[in-house]
Write a protein that binds this ligand. Structure first.
Ligand SMILES: [Fe+2]
Ligand SMILES: [Fe+2]
Length: 483
């Protein structure tokens, strides 16, 4: 790529509503950061297709009636913008010890370190998923899906920009250092890994991609919602706008899984298969059997639960007290927003049993957010199960128990079945391949991952979407691979 970065007019090249043109200092910091970002995109962004024309939406404003434009773009020329939701007049801090006081427009000194850390952790997840998904373009099941992958990727790139803007604008020199480090860490790298576990896992195939966008992007949604409540107004406004884009990522996941399930059911029906646990027979049809889909779901859901951290956490309590990170839909909750005497039931391991124990609500905020997350996850499950039952099959996809396959929190040192029965090491090792994808499952799925690049066609294992992106017809060329 040959962009002469010296000639880039950053104030106009970067769509923004933060008056970048007149903010010399931030403009200079972004100019300094941009070449490193482009190097990162070249090294760690989607493999191949960088010169293809992709039908992408680009955010250019925050007007809910029309905030994005669709057009063919080469990914390296995507205009990663900096957009904050409009400032609400007289906004107050909606929770914590400073409840009701005016929201901060500058970083409150006493909470500076905590705020910076939360922004860095959020920022670190954005490029990580791009890195995890970089190989997938080559095996896309259709041009439609390829386009969706790249849309998610460029928007995660923009989310990185959004966090870097906050670091550079509000945190001075150490903010700039953090911004550079966000480009230095790499998903799965032994020396400089990404900060959170799920973001160092491989995303080896498209079913994983759909599970990731359904379950892990949804963790992102919950985190963004709680940061959108922040008393630090620029963070709140940034996250509110990011949520607009995030909805599409979860749409990609939900409809992706739905289409896989649908194709499997159709193929089984057509072949007259009644026993859907006859995996060999189902796989011979070139579709993914439902028990394997359940295993993938078990894996991604449990990895995503770990992202919420320990159920009981003083960090979470401190961030809430400080007015930095609130609860999901904080302003719609009817209580004192300070949690002075409130309790919250937390699932804990008590004498070898999983029990609900009342804890101070303040320290149980991670648990609460995780519960909200689980409720949100259930919605998709209902839709997928409807596809299965409509096809006449008696099978339900289920979320595994929270004690299943955990690395963080109360259940990290025990083993449990997806039904929440505690088991010992020996049984776990003997049976875990019934519950989590085995190497053989991975090999089978990998064998299906053959690219389909003819306009309007789809791989054998996934059905076509009900509607096109931007209302385009089924034979729309979402990616012009050769240009
Ligand atoms: Fe994101
Ligand atoms: Fe996302």
């Amino acid at each position: 790529m040959n962009v002469n970065i010296m000639n880039v007019d950053y104030s106009t090249k970067i769509p923004n509503n933060v008056n970048l043109g007149e903010d010399r200092q931030v403009l200079k910091a972004l100019e300094g950061w941009h070449p490193g970002y482009m190097d990162w995109w070249t090294d760690m962004g989607p493999e191949g297709f960088q010169q293809s024309l992709v039908y992408l939406r680009t955010a250019y404003s925050v007007d809910p009636r029309g905030w994005a434009k669709f057009d063919y773009v080469k990914m390296p020329e995507y205009r990663w913008g900096i957009l904050l939701a409009p400032q609400e007049e007289n906004r107050v801090i909606p929770f914590g010890e400073n409840f009701g006081k005016p929201a901060w427009q500058e970083v409150p000194g006493e909470h500076r370190a905590m705020l910076r850390r939360l922004i860095v952790i959020q920022g670190d997840t954005e490029p990580a998923s791009v890195e995890q998904q970089r190989h997938l373009g080559k095996t896309a099941p259709s041009l439609y899906d390829m386009r969706n992958l790249f849309q998610v990727n460029v928007e995660e790139g923009r989310h990185l920009w959004a966090m870097v803007y906050l670091l550079q604008k509000y945190f001075g020199r150490d903010g700039r250092e953090e911004a550079d480090d966000l480009l230095r860490r790499r998903s799965g790298d032994a020396d400089a890994p990404r900060m959170l576990g799920a973001f160092n896992e491989a995303t080896p195939d498209w079913l994983s991609f759909f599970m990731f966008t359904y379950f892990t992007d949804r963790d992102g949604k919950m985190q963004l919602h709680s940061l959108a409540q922040s008393g630090f107004d620029p963070l709140s406004r940034t996250c509110r706008f990011m949520l607009t884009e995030e909805a599409h990522h979860m749409f990609v996941g939900e409809t992706g899984i739905s289409r896989v399930v649908q194709r499997t059911c159709e193929a089984m029906r057509a072949a007259g298969i009644d026993d859907l646990t006859n995996i060999e027979k189902v796989r011979a049809l070139g579709v993914i059997d439902l028990p394997t889909i359940q295993k993938k779901l078990n894996l991604h859901y449990s990895l995503s639960l770990d992202l919420f951290g320990s159920e009981v956490s003083t960090n979470a309590a401190n961030a809430f007290n400080a007015g930095i990170k609130g609860r999901y839909r904080e302003t719609q909750i009817e209580d004192d927003h300070q949690l002075k005497d409130a309790t919250y039931p937390v699932l804990k391991l008590v004498d070898g049993e999983i029990k609900r124990v009342d804890e101070p609500a303040l320290t149980a905020l991670n648990m609460r957010l995780r519960d909200d997350y689980t409720q949100d996850c259930v919605k998709g499950m209902l839709r997928w199960n409807k596809v299965i039952s409509s096809a006449g099959y008696n099978f339900k996809l289920n979320l595994p128990n929270v004690a299943f396959h955990r690395q963080i929190g109360e259940f990290r040192d025990v083993h449990a079945t997806p039904d929440g029965v505690l088991i010992d090491d020996a049984i776990w090792n003997k049976r875990k391949s019934e519950w989590l994808p085995s190497a053989a499952d991975g090999d089978f799925i990998a064998s299906l991952m053959k690219p389909v690049t003819e306009v309007g066609e789809f791989a054998s294992w996934i059905s076509s979407p009900k509607v096109g992106i931007d209302n385009k017809p089924g034979d729309f060329e979402y990616v012009k691979i050769e240009t």
